[in-house]
Design a protein around this ligand. Structure first.
Ligand SMILES: Nc1ncnc2c1ncn2[C@@H]1O[C@H](COP(=O)(O)OP(=O)(O)OP(=O)(O)O)[C@@H](O)[C@H]1O
Length: 351
């Protein structure tokens, strides 16, 4: 259980559904997943993000027990998969869609699910059939259930894959890139389905490259790079904490002075993370003005920043809190920075 303080100050306990402890997996000399610690709480729609090759699929494969970690453990509902005698019934509480689902093309969606149910040990009873109907209904395939899978679009096959993951009424659903290769309408449909499943009280872990979608549907995210965890947090917290500020000035000479001052402030103030000139070209009349700096710092530091500048006789025309998207944040975290950062301070690097 993890404690969190709610808006009214009371402490609430959140049940940890999935926990990864120091999870590590190597393939030869290559470390695919490196000492990964993660917690997924009941009710989370948890986004697993990272550039290509960052270890998302390997992590998911270890969660569903398809790949064994070299070091560390996966705890599902408090039980470690790496314990010698873990109860395999725990895996029945987890539904998953890993990469492209494969189906028998000549069988209908319904009959494919019947086959999958039988493989999972569910006999062909009325209960099983009504679960199949329920799952098909949830993913919007009820009216196509008798059609052969070979007539399904890619999006419909993905949705059938999600229906298969839901068959055993799992408590946790793991979806690896469920929107891969889909058109915008297909992506939107999958997002709606994920949100619908979440409203049924099912915890969801979803990996994706579509950051806009993740921002819309996930409550918490973890970002991986080269197998290592860069950050895990509530989406809203991340965007709030890291959105930064745009500071506008009346003319180029003030901008110049402010930029020079920022170089010094960044070496002195730990809350200042970086600074970049925006629209310094007088011919470039961008939407945020001609003379502006973008400052990487928590948005609650606006007045402190204003005071620092004011003490140097530098007066901003306007300070705006930036609206940060998950995509901005992801790129900031995983891309090579092009602007002044604390670790470049000694060389006095600039724009
Ligand atoms: N079976 C394997 N054998 C050898 N190397 C592997 C294997 N599976 C994964 N890797 C390597 O591990 C690293 C992580 O791969 P993984 O597929 O987990 O990343 P990913 O984040 O899911 O990537 P993508 O977004 O491209 O799907 C990569 O360098 C990959 O080449």
């Amino acid at each position: 259980m993890d404690k969190e303080i709610s808006a009214n100050g009371s402490q609430t306990a959140r049940e940890t559904v999935l926990e990864l402890r120091h999870l590590t997996r190597k393939f030869g000399q290559r470390i695919a997943v490196n000492e990964l610690d993660l917690q997924v709480y009941r009710g989370d729609v948890f986004g697993l993000l990272g550039p290509n090759g960052s270890g998302k699929t390997t992590t998911i494969r270890m969660i569903v027990n398809l790949v064994r970690p070299n070091v560390g453990e996966v705890l599902l509902f408090g039980q470690s998969l790496q314990q010698r005698h873990f109860s395999t019934s725990i895996l029945g509480r987890v539904g998953s869609l890993i990469e492209q689902p494969t189906f028998y093309p000549f069988l209908s969606g319904q009959d494919n699910l019947l086959g999958i149910a039988s493989f999972a040990g569910m006999s062909d009873t009325q209960v099983t059939r009504s679960r199949i109907d329920e799952s098909l209904e949830l993913v919007g395939l009820a009216d196509r259930r008798k059609d052969r899978v070979q007539t399904y679009s890619l999006g419909m096959k993905q949705r059938l894959g999600i229906a298969a993951a839901l068959l055993q009424r799992p408590d946790l659903v793991i979806l690896d890139e469920p929107t891969n290769g889909l058109d915008p309408a297909g992506v939107f449909h999958i997002r709606q389905i994920i949100q619908h499943i979440a409203r049924q009280g099912i915890t969801i872990v979803v990996s994706s490259h579509l950051l806009y979608e993740v921002e819309q549907m996930c409550s918490r995210v973890a970002i991986l790079e080269q197998g290592k965890l860069l950050v895990q947090d509530e989406v809203q917290n991340l965007l709030q904490k890291h959105r930064g500020m745009t500071v506008m000035f009346d003319d180029a000479s003030v901008l110049e002075k402010a930029f020079s001052a920022m170089r010094v402030f960044i070496t002195q103030q730990s809350w200042l993370q970086g600074c970049q000139v925006l629209h310094a070209d007088p011919n470039d009349k961008g939407p945020i003005g001609e003379y502006a700096l973008s400052i990487d710092c928590p948005s609650e530091y606006a007045s402190r920043l204003n005071r620092l500048l004011g003490e140097q006789g530098i007066y901003a025309a306007e300070i705006r809190r930036q609206k940060l998207t998950l995509e901005d944040f992801f790129l900031r975290l995983t891309a090579q920075p092009q602007h002044m950062q604390p670790d470049q301070k000694k060389e006095g690097a600039g724009v």
